[in-house]
Design a binder for this molecule. Structure first.
Ligand SMILES: Cc1cc2nc3c(=O)[nH]c(=O)nc-3n(C[C@H](O)[C@H](O)[C@H](O)COP(=O)(O)O)c2cc1C
Length: 408
């Protein structure tokens, strides 16, 4: 995997050299980009020697030389080849530029041009960090889905003490690995994921279904496997290919899904119910094809099994249960009610009426709702990135609570 490391003009720029090594140790290919001011602190040669790549410092080719087409379009080429973009250390200046969408050098242009996840590790004087402008800019970044690795408190180069020191290089590396979905922090977990829709037969050829494509659940399965978990995927009908390394069980109806989930729930340390399971099914199923000539039939529906309500009371010690709530109105309120009623650890709520969210698209816009009343709205992002954020929360809950006691 390839990541770009943007180094900006702060005292902590020298620490980025060690960061290159740590990222390489995790198997990442690192392309370093420096702002002009960063070159005042550390020479590009240091990073070129460590990374094995020419360091990009200029938008229009090397200083003193005439701009050429290759260098002018380089930011687009780099932007498209990236799996993640890390800015460390990030000055107050570059944080402000990113927050406002400025693009007056290679790094800030790349930030706008790439769709890869962005991780920002600020480092600055405590007053700069606590200034109203920086607080606002950091909040803007977070709202947009940028991962901000908070600076630490301690003695600063300027002689003051307080928050502003670059976060530990381990914390920054962990944030990058989490953004790439390869953190390995779910090793030892068994994640049971449900995905897709169910089909409830009406007669021999017809069924009732919904628009769920399965993409969100498959993304959770993929993200879980990349992070080292064993994954069991119970999938409704879909055209998606099963992610490699995932144990898959294909089902059709809500009844079959309930049966499969209950069969596997005992092995799971985490259950993520992303499937859009039918709430109702036809009460009578005609074994043949209902004939047009007999006139329009009246359909009587009956409730299907409520899988979450069944597994929640039987949860094993330490088992975490994550539910999804696809809503069209009062999204957060409805999700919070579901969380309480079914005693869940997290509900991922989405307003399926929004463009770029919900069924059969590659992106999603979700809000995470927690039992303590915390609500975290996430920006529009790919379903794989949403999956990574959900699993970040699972890993965080696991880190806060007792060790797993789930039998394998
Ligand atoms: C010695 C020195 C140290 C600095 N350290 C920092 C710092 O740690 N954080 C920061 O935000 N700005 C720091 N600055 C100010 C930035 O270098 C300045 O805002 C610059 O415009 C940043 O440019 P860049 O964001 O394009 O790299 C420092 C300046 C000097 C002269």
């Amino acid at each position: 995997m390839r990541i770009a490391l943007g180094v900006t003009g702060g005292v902590a720029a020298y620490k980025a050299a060690e960061l290159v090594r740590l990222l390489q140790d995790r198997g990442l290919d690192v392309q370093v980009i420096m702002t002009r001011n960063a070159c005042q602190f550390v020479r590009p040669l240091t990073f070129a020697a460590l990374s094995g790549h020419r360091v990009i410092t200029e938008m229009f080719g090397e200083e003193g030389r005439e701009a050429n087409v290759e260098s002018a379009i380089e930011h687009i080429a780099v932007a498209e080849s990236l799996d993640a973009l890390l800015v460390a250390p990030a000055t107050a200046d570059v944080v402000a530029k990113i927050a406002h969408g400025l693009a007056d050098d290679f790094l800030t242009t790349l930030v706008l041009a790439t769709r890869a996840p962005l991780i920002v590790a600020p480092a600055m004087n405590v007053n700069m960090w606590e200034s109203a402008a920086t607080r606002h800019n950091i909040a803007v970044l977070r709202e947009r889905g940028v991962r901000v690795v908070e600076p630490e408190a301690g003695p600063l180069a300027c002689g003051m003490t307080g928050p502003g020191r670059l976060a530990s290089l381990e914390a920054i590396t962990a944030a990058v690995l989490a953004a790439l979905g390869i953190a390995g922090d779910l090793k030892g977990e068994t994640i049971l994921v449900t995905a897709g829709r169910t089909e409830e037969p009406l007669d021999a050829v017809r069924y009732l279904a919904n628009r769920s494509s399965g993409k969100m659940g498959y993304a959770v399965a993929e993200a879980g496997r990349r992070r080292g978990a064993r994954v069991i995927l119970v999938s409704g009908p879909t055209h998606l290919e099963a992610p490699a390394g995932v144990q898959i069980e294909r089902v059709r109806t809500a009844e079959e899904m309930a049966e499969a989930v209950l069969r596997h729930a005992g092995e799971a340390s985490v259950v993520v119910m992303a499937a859009a399971v039918a709430d109702f099914r036809p009460a009578e199923v005609d074994s043949g094809k209902i004939k047009r000539g007999n006139g329009p039939p009246i359909l009587r529906l009956e409730p299907t099994r409520d899988i979450l309500a069944e597994i929640s009371p039987r949860r094993r010690p330490g088992q975490l249960i994550v539910g999804f709530a696809a809503e069209t109105d009062h999204v957060v309120e409805n999700a919070a009610a579901k969380l309480r009623q079914k005693n869940l650890d997290l509900v991922v709520a989405n307003d399926v009426t929004q463009a770029g969210a919900g069924f059969d698209v590659d992106t999603n816009i979700v809000t995470l709702v927690f039992p303590d009343g915390t609500v975290k709205p996430l920006a529009k992002m790919s379903k794989l990135e949403v999956a990574a954020r959900i699993l970040d929360e699972v890993a965080a809950i696991r880190a806060r609570t007792a060790p797993r006691e789930v039998a394998g």
